[in-house]
Design a protein around this ligand. Structure first.
Ligand SMILES: NC(=O)c1ccc[n+]([C@@H]2O[C@H](COP(=O)([O-])OP(=O)(O)OC[C@H]3O[C@@H](n4cnc5c(N)ncnc54)[C@H](OP(=O)(O)O)[C@@H]3O)[C@@H](O)[C@H]2O)c1
Length: 428
């Protein structure tokens, strides 16, 4: 009989509470799968008196999570969160103490992934993080193991359930971003401080992890262009539909010569394609894997059950002795990817809010033409007398920097009342 795997869980919130609950209630099933028992031997959180999803009253409690790294546990599960402080200190000291680590902390990996992976390899222990990108979707294992025979050309995904929920609700109700966000906060789909989600930062953390796995680059947020969804209006959502598209916040990483172009931005996705149909808080990832063609993954990106399930899958792998380099290649071989993405060439959706006065359309068309941006289609929508008019255009394939410089000139016109909006059209 193999000896039990001794597990300590730091953080007993949404994910940690779920993990403790599965370990305490589904032991027999897990033992069959893992070939040994998975024993919960220690826990830590801030407040011992809080009610938890799991009854941990008989499990050794540590007020200081870092003390778990000195305990006799074989694996430390870090489910506290945050890129610095206690989470970083705990993971680092656990790896140095030759303990396996499982984490769901994408922020930690985006900032310190390469350093922690090197530490895990030097100490011959696992650093596993299936739950850190797209929650319950097994995309980490797919990129690290299942798809390695193919060169990955690009990874694109809807990686933040809060943003996808807000965009879906804006389309369903016609409400503004601010109103839908307020409702989402009441329903628990958005944090009290939603900046990291709606500003694209959380998607960037996950994209950094996926890029490292797919392309062997060091996770690096500085090489990403990051834009959120705060400026998307109900008009944009309605016009997108009229043109046959839906707006999604995408994380995109693709090969461009010897560089990996990484960006987070709202994009127009064609209706009736798999990504366009991903609704509400769901996540999805498309991995384009050379001749093997695209692979599409969809599922729940957050919540207790899917995220705890991903952590448990990592623990079972460790129990079976199945782990390798955290990013699928030796950490020393990860390459730096310091360059910001170059300008994209694609069609763009443009929206202008203008005064209803003669000559305004000619002025916009003139500025675009000066920058060699040509228009494929256009909609002009009148509003109540005296209110600004929305002019919306789809360009032919154009260079991003040319469109941006035309928009800068147009924004300076006295006839234009708001900053023009520019959203790339995804071709597939
Ligand atoms: N929630 C999701 O669906 C989801 C999905 C994917 C990834 N993740 C990641 O999973 C991690 C945990 O997220 P979560 O949603 O479970 O967070 P959460 O519900 O806020 O739980 C955080 C836990 O950490 C504990 N904690 C905070 N500071 C601590 C400290 N100094 N020492 C010990 N424990 C401390 C808290 O203790 P108290 O309970 O006593 O306050 C709480 O139990 C994060 O990295 C997050 O990004 C979450």
């Amino acid at each position: 009989m193999n000896k039990p795997l001794r597990i300590a869980v730091a953080g007993l919130g949404t994910v940690g509470g779920g993990v403790a609950s599965v370990l305490l209630t589904r032991g027999k099933e897990l033992e069959e799968r893992a070939g040994r028992t998975l024993d919960l031997v220690g826990v830590s959180a801030r407040d011992k008196s809080k009610n938890r999803a799991a009854n941990v009253s008989k499990i050794a409690w540590e007020n200081d999570a870092c003390a778990l790294a000195k305990s006799d546990a074989d694996v430390i599960v870090e489910l506290i969160g945050g890129e610095e402080g206690i989470a970083y200190d705990l993971v680092k000291s656990a790896l140095l103490a030759k303990k396996h680590v499982v984490t769901a902390n994408k922020a930690l990996l985006a900032y310190h992934g390469a350093e922690l992976a090197a530490l895990a390899e030097e100490n011959n222990v696992a650093l596993k993080f299936e739950a850190a990108a797209a929650g319950g979707i097994p995309i980490v294992k797919a990129l690290r193991e299942s798809l390695i025979a193919y060169g990955i050309d690009s990874v694109r995904g809807i990686l933040n359930g809060t943003c996808n929920y807000i965009l879906t609700q804006m389309e369903a109700t016609g409400q503004s971003f601010a109103d839908v966000l307020k409702d989402a906060q009441k329903l628990g789909y958005a944090e009290a401080d939603p900046t990291l989600d709606v500003g694209g930062g959380d998607t960037a953390h996950k994209l950094a992890v996926l890029s490292a796995l797919a392309f062997g680059v060091t996770p690096n947020l500085k090489s990403m262009k990051i834009e959120g969804i705060e400026h998307i209006t109900p008009d944009d959502i309605r016009f997108a539909r009229e043109f046959g598209y839906r707006i999604k916040l995408l994380g995109l990483a693709r090969k461009r010569g010897d560089h990996i172009d990484q960006r987070v931005q709202p994009a127009m996705v064609k209706l009736a394609t798999p990504l366009a149909d991903v609704e509400g808080p769901f996540n999805a990832v498309v991995a384009n894997a050379g001749e093997a063609g695209p692979f599409f993954f969809e599922g729940r990106g957050a919540g207790e059950a899917p995220t705890a399930g991903a952590v448990i899958a990592d623990l079972v792998d460790i129990a079976r002795g199945s782990f390798g380099a955290p990013f699928g290649r030796p950490a020393k071989r990860l390459t730096r990817n310091d360059t910001q993405p170059g300008p994209r060439s694609c069609a763009f959706y443009l929206r202008f809010e203008v005064l209803d006065v003669p000559g305004v359309l000619a002025e916009i068309a003139g500025r675009l033409s000066e920058s060699e941006v040509s228009i494929e289609s256009m909609i002009q929508r009148g509003r109540a007398p005296g209110e600004p008019v929305a002019i919306v255009m789809i360009t032919h394939e154009s260079v991003e920097t040319s469109v941006a410089s035309a928009l800068k000139a147009i924004a300076a016109s006295a006839k234009v009342v708001a900053k023009p909006c520019m959203i790339p059209m995804e071709s597939r």
